[in-house]
Write a protein that binds this ligand. Structure first.
Ligand SMILES: Nc1ncnc2c1ncn2[C@@H]1O[C@H](COP(=O)(O)OP(=O)(O)O)[C@@H](O)[C@H]1O
Ligand SMILES: [Mg+2]
Length: 394
């Protein structure tokens, strides 16, 4: 933790806990039981005073980050703790505790750390300021929760979300596949009829060759469609590569073509042709396109126009997805990014699309925002640097 400043005024003791109704409490009993309660918490807890001296730490904190308890109390937290905040920013930036003292507001941080066995664990830290009677921050309670399992669950949910999208797409894909299959069958029948004739003259053989050519072309089309589907279904853990954003947009539109036609939605594109490639994860880029395009499509059940635009934006790229549906109501603008927030009926919406999209974009060092269209409808803008910090995760 970076020591930003200290306050010289005396520090008031922590206030005792008083149950509702002001019932008398046995302070001695509270004093005895409180450390036991704090020690048995599964979260790692450390209490620091406003001079950044450690006041208390529970067993879990010491196991996870700390050294011996004897060396802790009264010592500046920067000195005696392997603090995850300090470790993450090298002490160069104000930590959550410093911010909680200065801003008098609870703070939240996410940190990835290796545990004793060398495994990567993810922690969520909350820094809650405790104010004394004078309204000054006297202490900060840091609670670190191991959210590695939850992070894994989210990854699983993100996979499920893609599977859910795939379910809706299945109809479209089936349509794409059925037409070429029908052509193939017709071609085969035609070939059979030709073959039934005893001798093939040159014209017949030319016809057979043509049919075969059609068969080949349509089979390739089938394969391309399933290839696109397979790309979408791959786990996000594939290695980053140079990704063509325009190609991802075109393929996503191709997968949605049947649904677009069914809903009488006209798809317009304005794709900057000289767009440079993007260093990221192909499947993640495709997920971003799919989630935004699906939302736009679902917003226009009675038809409309979907516009997808790509362009250079500063040192990176921008993707714009515009629809002329009803738009997002003002009061919901902040909530649409929350996991599981959906206004759609069960079976149509999981409420995960935008939260996953936002996470993917942020991991790449980009941004996503919703803009209001003068004529109504939603306009989502994604801006991505050409080379994000770790490629597009997800
Ligand atoms: N293009 C859009 N037009 C109107 N509302 C939208 C649009 N995109 C997203 N929303 C709103 O944001 C909510 C959350 O979207 P999302 O996270 O993708 O979950 P889901 O699509 O499963 O509901 C949607 O339920 C909808 O209310
Ligand atoms: Mg969605």
């Amino acid at each position: 933790m970076a020591v930003r400043r200290t306050v010289s005024a005396p520090i008031q003791p922590l206030l005792p806990i008083v149950p509702d109704g002001g019932a008398r409490i046995d302070l001695e009993q509270v004093r005895q039981i409180l450390p036991q309660i704090v020690d048995s918490l599964v979260d790692a807890v450390v209490v620091v005073n406003r001079n950044l001296q450690v006041v208390a730490a529970n067993r879990r904190y010491l196991e996870a980050f700390g050294s011996g308890r004897a060396q802790l109390v009264g010592v500046p937290c920067t000195v005696c703790l392997a603090c995850p905040e300090h470790a993450a920013n090298g002490g160069g930036e104000p930590c959550g505790t410093c911010d909680a003292i200065e801003l008098k507001q609870p703070q939240r941080r996410l940190r990835s750390m290796r545990d004793a066995s060398g495994g990567q664990r993810r922690w969520e830290g909350t820094f809650t300021p405790v104010t004394d009677r004078a309204g000054e921050v006297s202490h900060v309670v840091e609670v670190w929760r191991d959210i590695s399992d939850r992070t894994q669950l989210e990854a699983q949910l993100s996979h499920n979300e893609r599977l859910a999208s795939l379910g809706i797409l299945a109809a479209g894909v089936a349509h794409e596949i059925n037409n070429p299959l029908a052509s193939m069958l017709a071609g085969i029948e035609s070939l059979e009829r030709s073959l039934k004739r005893a001798k093939l003259d040159p014209a017949q053989s030319a016809e057979a060759a043509e049919v075969l050519a059609v068969l080949e072309r349509e089979t390739i089309r089938c394969r391309e469609t399933t290839d696109k589907l397979m790309l979408l279904a791959q786990p996000h853990s594939v290695a980053p590569a140079w990704v063509d954003l325009n190609c991802a947009v075109r393929d996503t539109l191709a997968l949605l073509r049947h649904q677009l036609n069914k809903q009488r939605v006209r798809a317009e594109t304005a794709l900057e042709e000289t767009l440079p490639p993007l260093w990221g994860k192909e499947t993640a880029v495709r997920s971003v396109c799919m989630n935004l395009l699906m939302n736009a499509l679902q917003a226009m059940p009675e038809g409309g126009t979907l516009l997808v635009r790509t362009e250079r934006a500063g040192a990176g790229l921008a993707l714009h997805v515009l629809d002329d549906g009803p738009g997002v109501p003002l009061e919901l603008e902040d909530r649409i990014w929350d996991p599981f927030f959906t206004t759609k009926p069960i079976g149509q919406g999981t409420g995960l699309g935008l939260s996953i999209t936002q996470r993917i974009v942020h991991r790449h060092g980009g941004s996503i925002r919703l803009e209001r269209r003068a004529a109504g409808g939603a306009h989502f803008v994604v801006e991505l640097p050409l080379e994000g910090p770790g490629g597009l995760g997800g």
